[in-house]
Design a binder for this molecule. Sequence first.
Ligand code: NAG
Ligand code: NAG
Ligand code: CU
Length: 179
Amino acid sequence: MANLLLISTILLFFYALTCSATVYTVGDNSGWDISTDLDSWSRGKTFSVGDTLLFQYSQYHSVSELTKENYKGCNMTNALQSSSNGNTSFALSSPGDRYFACGNRLHCLGGMKLHVNVVGNAVASPIGAPQAAQPGGFNLPPGSSRTNNPSSSSVLNRIRVDSLVMAFFGVLVILFGVI
Ligand SMILES: *[C@@H]1O[C@H](CO)[C@@H](O)[C@H](O)[C@H]1NC(C)=O
Ligand SMILES: *[C@@H]1O[C@H](CO)[C@@H](O)[C@H](O)[C@H]1NC(C)=O
Ligand SMILES: [Cu+2]
């Protein structure tokens, strides 16, 4: 009985953990600012589908989402989305690369820009996760089993998610049956 309870608690915890969405405040306490080291801020963070980027900034700044090409040259024409209300959130609703910059071109050239790679839902193990499908990505270690085929990996992900959910409900049923 105690074992079952433990298992279901662990499963519940794991399930809640993997399903929770994160709101990332860009730059943390420094905010979205010309003085913030945005590269350091984003390094080591994993941005997943369902997460949100929250940009908080003073009246001297704004935030625009740009195409990759325009991001590179801090070209603000044809921004995909823009805001200057000081508290702007962007939902990371699909996997892929997103490019943000301050609408002030000089600030952008000074480093006030942020590129994030949004990865698919992290419920499954990182092996075969969609970020491996990115062209020009990392060099994989020899013998790595990561696949470059996004369709097969997403099917794999779905199977793992399904079995996790079923295992969770299976334990619930057993628990309630026993109690
Ligand atoms: C900026 O981007 C637009 C298209 O979005 C392009 O037409 C224009 O030539 C670019 N300007 C520069 C200076 O590269
Ligand atoms: C900023 O936006 C976030 C999310 O949209 C919201 O939770 C928060 O209350 C806002 N803060 C201010 C000061 O408006
Ligand atoms: Cu700015």
